[in-house]
Design a binder for this molecule. Sequence first.
Ligand SMILES: C[S@@+](CC[C@H](N)C(=O)[O-])C[C@H]1O[C@@H](n2cnc3c(N)ncnc32)[C@H](O)[C@@H]1O
Ligand code: SF4
Length: 340
Amino acid sequence: MELDRAGGRPELVDPFGRAISYLRVSVTDRCDFRCVYCMAEDMSFLPKAKILTLEELDRLCSAFVARGVRKLRLTGGEPLVRRGIMTLVNSLSRHLGSGALDELTLTTNGSQLAKYAPELKTAGMERINVSLDTLDPDKFRAITRWGSLDQVLGGIDAAQAAGLKIKINTVALRGVNEDELPALIEWAHGRGMDLTLIEVMPLGEIGEGRLDQYLPLSIARAQLAERFTFQDINYSTGGPARYVRVAETDGRLGFITPLTHNFCESCNRVRVTCTGTLYMCLGQEDAADLRKPLRASEGNDLLYAAIDEAISRKPKGHDFVIDRRHKRPALTRHMSVTGG
Ligand SMILES: C[S@@+](CC[C@H](N)C(=O)[O-])C[C@H]1O[C@@H](n2cnc3c(N)ncnc32)[C@H](O)[C@@H]1O
Ligand code: SF4
């Protein structure tokens, strides 16, 4: 399907004047890992009938591109375990070719990269994010429950060999990888990869105490600053991370701090799930169903109307709290639904 120009409809701008130029798409809620901060081990997944087909996902993404989205990130669950994922990637890459899209990218746990890295590069992907919280095989198994560190490291090797630039995402976990953060930074920077630290966000029931996992990045940063020299840089990937350069390693270190520092003012993002639910904010429950208008007709008029209505409701920001009194997640939805 060629990109229609959305019938002359304008680009998406929310009530606070923020242009929506970045769409994150969770292509599946399934995953081959069970990271302790993300899912319960006995997670139940969505029935197939609720999930958009690859063609529907393509149509949905293309509608957003037609309305001014310039950056698409595929995520999940684990995007590379969705059957036929390369059909979607190859199809979406036409928007890179036409110049409508600046970037098509992916957030992955790395388990399937050895298989897919060359094809992803051929499809026009330049940079990908790989999530990795530890370099210790036992700890890796404890955090991911089902994952193998060797497999992920093999995937990272394959991706670099294929010419993909990698950013490592590391969730900072109190008492788990806290003491390993310097080694992770040195390892990533030594391989020419940026690394971004992420705070645990209170999303979804995960079956154990989130408070125990929460390490404020203000604390992690202060600890790291005793060892490394941070230089302020003006660098942005269009995402929520704030970056510094580490003088000792000459690499970039990012901080994503939804809890200790609100990153909402410059938010240009919306998220859509594999069921076609559009979330206007990662930290709010408000959502719009795009599957119904998508399936209601072959043309995109209803879809555009639903998207416009949803964007007019995009909130100014979120207000996460790790709730000390109630010990409940701030939101009941898991990160694997919206993909981070
Ligand atoms: C939900 S995963 C989806 C993509 C892929 N499976 C992966 O792990 O990269 C996206 C990112 O969200 C992070 N994440 C998951 N649950 C989180 C939570 N409760 N708080 C903060 N980050 C979380 C993961 O570490 C990962 O970097
Ligand atoms: S963080 Fe990613 S790899 Fe880990 S369980 Fe969630 S979706 Fe799977």
